[in-house]
Design a binder for this molecule. Structure first.
Ligand SMILES: [Fe+2]
Length: 528
């Protein structure tokens, strides 16, 4: 583990050994310092990093993520003026010490670990505290304090021990939350679900100019620089429904394209606000801002590279492989000749094209199907089974999906087929779908390897077109906003499509549009 975040006392042995001074007026004091070198536990008694804050610094809420059986990443980012244009979050350019606590009760009567972490302006005053000394498969509550200000309380849950018997795992799959195209009402409902965790498959923000609609993020222009990306995240994260979801459940996150720029692949974007030679610099800014705003255990990036693919194991029941399908991918085929991203071309079927990159592809092949778990949940940001949106005799592949990488897709599915019970969880398409992942998509006589459940978008504009004419592997399409819940049990897995009545209404209701099940040992999904 690379320690870029402030250290925690993994043993909890410092509990009760330090006091806490409360600042007077606007002068905010914390009692202890901790190195931000990630290597040392916080030490008591010395006040070092204080600052004058212009108000409550916890306007962006709190979050937790990337659990292990014994620890959790606790996140916040100080921003007394979250939409300030001249300084990130309206913060002074100083280090600030922040106290954190994690307890077994929401009244914090039974604190099991606490410490002081230092928020650094170089990282947008974000905190990624590793709170250790926790029990496996246990629920905890956490909060942060600076002077007179205390954050909202977050609830979180650790992983079970690897190999431990587990009867049930319930998660939600979220993706595609374009602020301008709808409310985050789905997150208000997701916060109320009985979940172990949330998987986010990307498009946490959109980089577009804010437009002139009813909801407008900041800044108004397409985001390009690090201050732009930081401000865009802040304008999303002040949303109370998004905060409610983070406060209720831990998140496990990967990214898709809009965390950087629409349809970027590797070092290319089809079009954009900066010349292509400036794209690596833009990507580095986007990756840094993503890291600052996500409750991730990963080390902070200092370039245009950050490996976000990782796996999580849930006792003996399931494993989740979270993938990155943008950073290492070859550019989509025929981008210079195919209008409107759709089409077909000879370059599409050239061998040796890569979607995952060599390292991630090898990692996935080694990870999937290894060890004694019943279910392999493949967190796959972009649709795998294939969608031909054409009509009549003309195919129309969306070449930014795996349909632009058919050779790499066959290799990927072959690796996945080594698992006992792979289940693909997908985002990106702005629809809910159930598809069959066949070993050779679109070929007659191909064999079913896994079901693919595509989560509806939280708020992004719906795809809406009917693709059933030339996509025989499609079992269901739901043109609605919402999210997916997935419950894994030893003998079956249940996927439930939760959809909103009206995404433009923050108070809208949610209903179950469809429920599908898969039995262990048989990849055929059936609607129940
Ligand atoms: Fe999206």
């Amino acid at each position: 583990m690379n320690g870029k975040w402030p250290a925690a006392d993994a043993t909890g042995s410092t509990i009760g050994r330090r006091g806490f001074l409360v600042g007077s007026g606007a002068l905010l004091l914390a009692t202890a310092c901790s190195g931000d070198d990630g290597g040392s536990a916080s030490s008591p008694s010395t006040t070092l990093h204080t600052a004058r804050l212009s108000g409550d610094p916890f306007t962006l809420g709190v979050a937790s993520g990337d659990p292990t059986p014994g620890s959790m990443i606790l996140w916040t980012r100080l921003a007394p003026q979250p939409l300030a244009a001249d300084s990130p979050g309206g913060m002074p350019d100083d280090l600030v010490d922040v106290r954190w606590q994690i307890a077994t009760d929401d009244a914090f009567a039974a604190v099991v670990n606490e410490g002081v972490a230092t928020a650094d302006p170089d990282y947008g005053h974000s905190l990624h505290v590793e709170a250790g000394g926790l029990d496996p498969a246990a629920t905890y509550f956490y909060r942060f304090t600076v002077g007179d200000f205390t954050s909202a309380t977050g609830r979180t849950r650790t992983l079970p021990e690897e190999g431990a018997s587990l009867d049930r795992l319930t998660l939600a799959v979220a993706n595609c939350q374009w602020y301008e195209s709808g409310t985050f009402a789905a997150y208000r409902h997701l916060a109320e679900e009985d979940l172990d965790l949330v998987v986010h498959l990307g498009d946490y923000i959109y980089e577009y100019a804010a437009g002139t609609g009813a909801r407008q993020s900041a800044p108004a222009h397409e985001i390009v620089t690090l201050p732009d990306y930081r401000l865009r995240y802040a304008s999303y994260k002040v949303d109370p429904d998004l905060q409610a979801a983070h406060h209720a459940h831990p998140f496990l996150c990967t990214w898709d394209d809009h965390e950087v720029a629409n349809n970027y692949l590797g070092d290319t974007v089809p079009e954009g606000a900066v010349p292509v030679e400036q794209f690596p610099e833009r990507k580095a800014a986007a990756y840094r801002a993503w890291w600052e705003n996500i409750p991730t255990r990963l080390p902070a990036p200092d370039s245009d590279q950050l490996d976000v693919f990782q796996a999580f194991t849930f006792g003996d029941l399931a494993r989740l492989e979270l993938l990155d399908q943008r950073q290492y991918a070859d550019v989509a085929p025929c981008r210079d000749v195919v209008a409107d991203d759709y089409g077909d071309c000879a370059e599409r079927t050239e061998e040796d094209r890569t979607r995952l990159g060599a390292d991630q592809e090898a990692w996935f092949a080694e990870t999937v199907g290894q060890g004694d778990v019943t279910w392999d949940l493949v967190g796959n940001p972009v649709v795998l089974a294939g969608i031909d949106a054409g009509t009549g005799d003309e195919p129309a592949f969306y070449l930014d999906t795996w349909d632009g990488y058919p050779d790499a897709r066959v290799r990927f599915i072959a690796a996945m087929a080594e698992a006992d019970n792979p289940v693909v969880l997908t985002g990106d398409y702005h629809a809910g779908m159930v598809l069959d992942v066949n070993d050779r998509p679109f070929e007659a006589g191909a064999s079913l390897v896994a079901p693919e459940f595509m989560a509806p978008p939280i708020s992004s504009v719906l795809f809406d077109a009917d693709v059933s004419a030339r996509t025989p592997q499609l079992r269901q399409q739901l043109n609605a906003h919402g999210y997916l819940t997935v419950t894994a049990e030893p003998d079956r897995l249940t996927a439930t499509f939760r959809v909103l009545d009206d995404v433009t209404d923050a108070r809208t209701a949610i209903t179950t549009a469809a429920t599908w099940q898969v039995d262990a040992g048989d990849p055929t999904p059936r609607e129940v």
